[in-house]
Design a protein around this ligand. Structure first.
Ligand code: GSH
Length: 204
């Protein structure tokens, strides 16, 4: 199993999930430029990471990859067991992948086409406000819980990735103490440390 990743991206979630799953895997680092190359575009025409390759089969889309890792290594119980637990995992994974992740786009340059510094800054302020609200929902979900669903799942490393982005881009996380404690726990986790060390020399 091979994970294609770019450091600092949402592929870190898959990297952590592979560590938690105890999976035998290798990684292939892909630069921003390489993502636009013919070789990579043949793997993923969307030019995005993560990509997972296993025995010549190529899987894209983060939620699908995380779900596959959980199903492929069921003993790690990363997606819940009962129908109820699996639905809760999907609920929180979807919220982070489909709602929170895209809300960062203006902070990563998606509104540069406006070619107006004031408008771009405004779009980024709006994004930060939206993200503050979304992280509030996640903070409340973590009240009395160590993990989003109550037990460790594939949703947690994705949340960790978005929290790293939030801290780097200056999203207001003041008062979201459950998220702060979650972030600290993740930063001290052996699997998280191993993935970070492999990707970027251990920087949290
Ligand atoms: N919907 C895709 C989005 C993946 C995505 O946005 N990946 C980013 C890194 S976090 C990327 O590679 N972006 C480069 C690009 O889209 O050109 C998924 O969930 O896998």
């Amino acid at each position: 199993m091979k994970l294609y990743y770019t450091p600092g991206t949402c592929a870190l979630a898959d990297h952590i999930a592979l560590e938690w799953a105890g999976a035998p895997y290798e990684t292939q680092r892909v630069s921003r430029e390489e993502r636009k190359s013919g070789a990579f575009l043949r793997l993923n025409p969307a030019g995005a990471v993560p990509v997972l390759e296993e025995d010549g089969w190529v899987l894209t889309q983060n939620a699908a990859i995380l779900g596959y890792i959980a199903d492929r290594f069921p003993r790690a119980r990363l997606a819940g067991v009962s129908a109820h637990e699996r639905a809760e995992t999907q609920r929180w994974l979807s919220f982070v992948n489909s709602d929170v992740h895209p809300a960062f786009h203006p902070l990563f340059g998606s509104t540069a086409w406006l070619e107006d510094d004031a408008l771009i800054a405004r779009s980024q302020e709006v994004a930060k406000r939206k993200l503050h609200g979304q992280f509030g929902i996640l903070d409340r979900q973590l009240a009395g819980r160590d993990w989003l669903t109550g037990t460790r799942s594939i949703a947690d490393p994705y949340l960790f990735v978005t929290l790293r982005w939030a801290r780097k881009t200056g999203v207001d996380l003041d008062g979201l103490d459950n998220l702060a404690r979650f972030f600290e726990r993740m930063q001290a986790d052996t699997g998280v440390l191993a993935a970070l060390e492999a990707e970027e020399g251990g920087q949290g």
